[in-house]
Design a protein around this ligand. Structure first.
Ligand code: GLN
Length: 190
């Protein structure tokens, strides 16, 4: 089993480190030909969604990745990755991959409190450290999207079929339980 991590920009190395701790092999997607590698799942890291989206288009990777996700490739997205998956961005006409039935507002927490850490519940997993960095907010979900986590009345993690998206960064730190959830409940459920 191998997990591909989009490695154009952002904190892809931290995601690779978490899966490395779990003994799961990863490979990087840096250019179009990397999509020909064998991989069973995809991780979209945090970072800057406008830069990642622009590079995905310039490198001609966007369409192929969208097709793979729509065909059932399991995907885990954090923060900017969630913005890439959203079918709609509020206050922004851009759609990147657009495979997930969520509407997302970028930088929703405002400047003053744009970065903070907390602990929360994710599905049945308790006390998960959650780091929010210039985080977006998931404001609407279509029916069939399951809410897995909320903080202060705001949705912070969702699942739709084999797509998992969150607005915080579970990969910053040493807690591997969300990566394990992805491995067991989403990839394993294939
Ligand atoms: N604010 C960033 C964006 O709009 C996301 C921040 C993050 O990934 N930590 O892409």
């Amino acid at each position: 089993m191998r997990i591909a991590v989009l490695a154009l920009q952002g904190d892809f190395a931290e995601h690779e480190a978490i899966f490395g701790r779990l003994g799961v092999a990863t490979c990087q997607l840096r250019q179009k030909q990397d999509l020909q590698q064998d991989f069973d799942a995809l991780v979209l890291p945090g970072g800057e969604s406008t830069v990642q989206g622009k590079l995905l288009r310039e490198l001609d990777m966007l369409h192929k990745l969208r097709q793979r996700i729509l065909a059932g490739l399991p995907v885990m997205a954090t923060c900017a990755g969630t913005i890439l998956l959203a079918q709609q961005l509020l206050d922004d006409p851009t759609v990147h991959l657009g495979t997930m039935g969520i509407s997302v507002r970028r930088n929703a927490y405002g400047r003053q409190v744009s970065s903070f850490g907390t602990c929360g519940t994710f599905g049945s997993i308790e006390n998960v450290p959650m780091r929010f960095i210039r985080a977006p907010q998931i404001e609407f979900c279509v029916p069939g999207v399951e809410v897995l986590s909320e903080h202060d009345g705001r949705i912070t993690a969702v699942r739709q079929g084999r797509q998992l998206a969150m607005t915080f960064h579970p990969e910053l730190g040493t807690d591997c339980r969300i990566a394990e959830y992805f491995l067991n409940e989403i990839i394993g459920a294939k």
